[in-house]
Design a protein around this ligand. Structure first.
Ligand code: GLU
Length: 452
């Protein structure tokens, strides 16, 4: 009877969110994943019941949608749409990246902002959840076009952010160059030199290790997962997807720890390099990214012994560890079946929500070590939090200091997931662990602050 009630509660909750947010499949997917694990937990806590905590968390505190007009190199006027979702500020100023990609829409940014709230909570640092972006496509744009777009975007966004209010950072399509242009425009309009953005260049308030942080954090987290079964990265065959900033950090650290990364991928297909992507091949990922071509096939121009598989996902390659580091819903149930059949032991998400819900269930049902991005990729935003601290105290920490703090935070997140996600048979359900642990801190703050 009790179980039936909880199941019914989940269904009613999801139906309500669906009715309120039609045509937002990604947002609904993210909320559903959380609801399935958090609603049964809420049912066991008297102080949480009836407080509509999850319902409040699924409603952004504020959604800002704005016009971004700019002039391209041909003198033609272009019009894009800009967004900033200020999801939850219960535990700190809104914090989360900005994504420039043609697939950006309200649903995508709301799912990212919702996940960000839980992720930021897991870091234990005082950061609320937010996300922003635009449907602007940086591919094929000149440097000056990128600059003009960033300036136009910030001209509006600067009215809504600030170091104590909302601190954006990078995400897909937004790296150090874009952060620089965005920061310059904020400073010009507001006449303030503050830590309003993270991921800044070292010359103007950035933190060492921030570029590597997301990927390194993922590998530190995976290291902890492997440790639970008495294993480590040495001699593990690893499949990675994507070739952007996050994938780069993953390949670098996993290789350093003795693993062999054999794949990377792009929207065009995947590269299989049986020798392992190590040494100068890792640096070449940065060149591929900087070229703005967005083509994994370019790897062959330099490393001819590798193979390129057009239009395919890397998950068909036999591996011990899989690290999806590209984008949402890139790993489907079919991919999950291939990985499980090929004996994968650990799947650590590096992108945000790269696995579909049925793929996640397949991993969990097969007792594969599986960690959701909101836990394992939290090292990026955690290091952004460390950048905010350094900006506040007006000091820069060394690489060793930042890296040590990052590692400590990832070990802490892993422990939280274990504490809340351990099942009767000893298997750790990291999805459940991350959702509940992330929820608890935000929920406590919301309860304390009243209905606001
Ligand atoms: N975009 C990154 C994320 O998904 C980093 C956000 C940040 O540093 O604020 O967590």
């Amino acid at each position: 009877m009790e179980l039936y009630n909880v199941e019914q509660k989940i269904q009613e909750f999801v139906a309500k969110i669906e009715a309120k947010n039609p045509n937002e499949p990604e947002f609904l997917q993210a909320v559903k994943e959380v609801a399935i694990t958090v609603i049964p937990f809420i049912a066991t806590r008297k102080e949480y019941t009836g407080m509509k905590l999850l319902e409040r968390m699924a409603e952004p505190e504020r959604t800002i949608i704005f016009r971004v007009p700019w002039v391209d190199d041909k003198g033609e006027i272009q019009v894009n749409r800009g967004f900033r979702i200020q999801m939850n500020s219960a535990i700190g100023p809104y914090k989360g990246g900005i994504r420039f990609h043609p697939t950006v829409n309200l649903s995508v940014l709301k799912f990212l902002a919702f996940e960000q709230t839980f992720k930021n909570s897991l870091t234990t640092l005082p950061m609320g959840g937010g996300k922003g972006g635009s449907d602007f496509d940086p591919q094929g744009k000149s440097d000056m076009e990128i600059m003009r777009f960033c300036q136009a975007f910030m001209t509006e966004m600067c009215k809504h952010i600030g170091p104590e209010t909302d601190v954006p950072a990078g995400d897909i399509g937004v790296g150090a160059r874009e952060i620089g242009y965005l920061f310059g425009q904020y400073k010009k309009i507001r006449n303030e030199f503050t830590g309003v953005l993270t991921g800044k260049g070292l010359a103007y308030g950035g933190s060492l290790i921030r570029p590597e942080a997301t990927g390194y954090g993922v590998v530190y987290f995976a290291e902890q997962m492997l440790k639970t079964i008495g294993q480590d990265f040495r001699d593990k065959v690893i499949c990675v997807s994507g070739f952007g900033n996050v994938a780069w950090g993953v390949v670098k650290k996993a290789t350093e720890l003795g693993g062999k990364v054999v794949t990377i991928s792009g929207p065009d297909g995947y590269i299989y390099d049986k020798e392992g992507i190590s040494g100068d091949k890792i640096d070449f990922l940065l060149e591929m990214r900087a070229s703005g071509n967005n083509r994994a096939e370019d790897y062959l121009k330099k490393f001819r012994s590798a193979e390129f598989h057009a239009g395919k996902h890397p998950w068909e390659v036999k591996c011990d560890v899989a690290i999806p580091a590209a984008t949402q819903n890139e790993l489907t149930l079919d991919d999950a079946k291939l990985l499980v059949n090929n004996g994968v032991i650990c799947v650590t998400e590096a992108a945000n929500m790269p696995s579909t819900l049925d793929a996640i269930n397949h991993f969990l049902n097969n007792k594969v070590l599986f960690s959701p991005g909101k836990a394992s990729n939290a090292g990026g935003v955690a290091t952004s939090g460390l950048e905010m601290t350094q900006n506040s105290i007006r000091l820069n920490w060394s690489s060793e200091e930042v890296d040590a703090r990052l590692k400590e935070i990832m070990i802490g997140i892993h422990k939280l997931c274990r504490d809340y996600g351990k099942e009767a048979d000893g298997y750790v359900n990291y999805v459940k662990g991350a959702n509940i642990a992330g929820f608890v801190k935000v929920a406590e703050a919301m309860l304390a602050q009243g209905v606001v």
